[in-house]
Design a protein around this ligand. Structure first.
Ligand code: IMP
Ligand code: MG
Length: 182
């Protein structure tokens, strides 16, 4: 059972959903009269994206990118590979990147540089989680769900070794689960 591997629930389902509703309402206000493209970064952001857009009341489109960072399981290398690019041209469009978590910031920094080169009208970032103490590159974040401490978390789209994405909350695993994988 997956739940047996959990040491602590950091953000429970109710708290998550209440904050996601607020973010959706704020985005709806900020993009009033516009038709933004929300770009979800796979795989981690899939669940957040699905819940977030249910609280967005203005017309918008969605698209996805998939990236993979080389290196160990719980550490970003800064070398990012694009596994799936956007289907939509974004020149002249209002782009809102939807991320699961910003850790070192290396992945998002790379992504922002690629997308800015395509001349969008605007580009903003919405992340569910912000592990601010780990930041190695300053990244302007427009919408942040929660700031979290420097702990490796799983659930609500986030994985450890591709498992635990389905959990409806954000949790920390028992140390023996991570051991040998870092
Ligand atoms: P960054 O490039 O260091 O900011 O890391 C970005 C990516 O690393 C995120 O989009 C996640 O896929 C992954 N990541 C960073 N921290 C965690 C975590 O605590 N749990 C699960 N994945 C994480
Ligand atoms: Mg990610």
């Amino acid at each position: 059972m997956l739940e047996e591997d959990i040491a602590e629930i950091l953000i429970d389902e109710k708290t998550l959903q209440a904050r996601i509703r607020e973010l959706g309402e704020q985005i709806s206000r900020d993009y009033q009269g516009k038709r933004p493209i929300l770009v979800g970064v796979l795989k981690g952001a899939f669940m957040f994206m699905a819940d977030l857009i249910r609280h967005i009341s203005i017309p918008h489109e969605i698209d996805f990118m998939a990236t993979s960072s080389y290196g160990a399981a719980t550490e970003s290398s800064g070398i990012v590979r694009i596994l799936k690019d956007l289907d939509t041209p974004i020149s002249g469009r209002d782009v809102l990147i939807v991320e699961d978590i910003i850790d070192t910031g290396l992945t998002l920094d790379y992504l922002l540089r690629i997308l800015r080169a395509r001349n969008p009208a605007s580009i903003r970032v919405c992340t569910l989680l912000d592990k601010r103490e780990r930041r190695r590159i300053p990244i302007p974040l427009d919408y942040v769900g929660f700031e979290i401490p420097n702990k490796f978390v799983v659930g609500y789209g986030l994985d450890f070794g591709e498992i635990y994405r389905n959990l409806p909350y954000i949790a920390v695993l028992k140390p023996e689960i991570y051991r040998g994988n870092e």
